[in-house]
Design a protein around this ligand. Structure first.
Ligand code: EPZ
Length: 429
């Protein structure tokens, strides 16, 4: 297995290009199942999860074509991928694939809407929590689907005349359940209203793509989304939103080293809650429409953060802010309210000398003067990048194992960081 070695202490300076968002690309690719015409996506990030999802879509009968980059584009410009589900020849998403990437469970919505049936493996839990799918199943049932659980699979069947629009009130915000309900409702009969919908930019991006495909959707980006079902959707061209989590992550990497840099090809307007925390930490950030300029003023001040659904502070930046605060001048308090077990990075940060104490859903991070490099292990995607951030400032060498977690969500991480001065390399294992 590959490792990443980081020799800490280098000050990062320069420009880091941001890739298309993994968490936008995945639902957009799945939306291609809703039409028999091709959906062409640009700015698609080169990630393990994107490659795996293409394989899953092909197993269902879709054809995926990598159209590569336009001539002369930067090496980090995203891929153009065309997905053509002219015919769906298989309605089963198998355990061996769904268990590797939970978002593949989301194919249940388009399969039910387009084919009237679906057999999708339950995704199972993961490092950060049990991650049930009860909200998805309640929503699809409310739209008329018959749902059974058979040997670890969800077996779903739509009524003869297809799914029926319904009023869905989610008791808690769920990004995936909002994606799936919106996609199923796009081809249902009548109107669906989703209350307490997720407001994440990736949900709004999916809605924009569905509307380009002919769907009738209003309210995306707010807590109430209205969908008027149509009989069929057509193909479209759509650009994947820039990755707000990658943007916040690299901003914190620059701040961790006391450096100065600019994140390009991004949408900084999706990061208001993050920007407030950066200001509290004493990091100077200036924005324009597609760029974020970050300047650390030497020391870091402690912060108090609570993760919340969008537009609150993203849970996907929680591990990274924790890494940054390990060297702040004081005690920070970080509360994780979305997932029940998203502190797996604490023990690994402690191996680098961090002083963190946990009490239930809250971590207290007491800043230290120095971190010391050591071998550490990644446990999930965002925890792994928090160890990279810490390693960039640690004295000596940090060896990050289980790098496949990183490759799921951060395109060319070591190249992007090396280009701004990090002493980082991948050792093929
Ligand atoms: C999406 O996961 C993201 N994944 C996650 O990013 C992100 O952390 C999460 O949203 C929250 O923002 C993708 O977009 C591919 P949820 P999702 O449904 O949709 C509970 C990353 O690192 N819940 O919003 O699976 C659930 O257990 C990943 O890129 C139920 O109880 O998250 C969690 O506690 C990690 N029942 C909370 O809701 C359900 O039926 C929010 O989960 C569904 C969810």
């Amino acid at each position: 297995m590959d490792k990443i070695l980081i020799r800490g202490g280098k000050v990062l300076k320069g420009e880091i290009p941001i890739s298309g968002a993994k968490n936008a690309a995945l639902p957009l690719m799945i939306a291609a199942l809703l039409t028999e015409e091709p959906l062409t996506l640009s700015n698609v990030p080169r990630l393990a999860d994107v490659a795996l999802l293409q394989r899953i879509l092909r197993e269902l009968g879709a054809h995926t074509t990598l159209l590569g980059r336009k001539a002369g584009e930067s090496p980090f410009a995203g891929d153009v991928v065309r997905i053509h589900a002219e015919e769906i020849t298989n309605i089963t998403a198998p355990y061996e694939l769904v268990s590797r990437m939970r978002a593949s469970f989301w194919v249940i919505g388009p399969l039910l809407a387009r084919c009237g049936q679906a057999r999708v493996s339950l995704p199972g839990g993961c490092a950060i929590g049990t991650r049930p799918v009860d909200l998805y199943l309640k929503a699809l049932s409310a739209m008329g689907a018959e749902i059974d659980i058979e040997q670890g699979y969800v077996v779903a069947k739509a009524p003869e005349k297809g799914l029926q629009g319904a009023r869905i009130v989610f008791p808690k915000v769920s990004v995936g359940a909002t994606h799936v309900t919106m996609m199923a409702a796009a081809l249902a009969r009548g109107e669906t209203v989703i209350e307490n919908a997720a407001r994440e930019p990736e949900v709004a991006d999916l809605a924009r793509c569905l509307k380009a495909m002919g769907a009738k959707i209003e309210g995306e980006g707010t807590s109430t989304i209205h969908i008027e079902g149509v009989t069929a959707l057509h193909g479209a061209d759509h650009a994947v939103l820039p990755d707000r989590i990658e943007t916040g992550t690299y901003a914190m990497a620059i701040a961790m080293t006391g450096g100065e840099g600019t994140l390009t090809h991004t949408r900084p307007d999706f990061l208001d809650a993050f920007l407030e925390v950066m200001e509290e930490a004493g990091v100077t950030i200036t924005l324009d429409e597609t760029r974020m300029h970050v300047k650390s003023n030497g020391g870091l001040k402690p912060v108090s953060v609570e993760t919340q659904p969008y537009p609150g502070f993203p849970t996907d930046l929680q591990a990274q802010i924790m890494a940054l605060m390990t060297m702040a001048d004081g005690v920070s308090v970080i509360r994780e309210t979305i997932f029940e077990n998203r502190f797996m990075h604490v023990q690994e940060l402690a191996r680098l000398g961090a002083d963190i104490s946990l009490s239930g859903d809250t971590a207290q991070v007491r800043g230290v003067n120095e971190l010391i490099g050591a071998p550490v292990m990644a446990t999930d995607l965002r925890a792994s990048v928090s160890l990279v951030i810490a390693g960039l400032a640690a004295r000596g060498t940090t060896e990050l194992n289980r790098v496949y977690h990183l490759d799921r969500g951060f395109e060319a991480l070591e190249h992007k960081l090396a280009a701004v001065g990090a002493d980082i390399e991948r050792v093929r294992g």
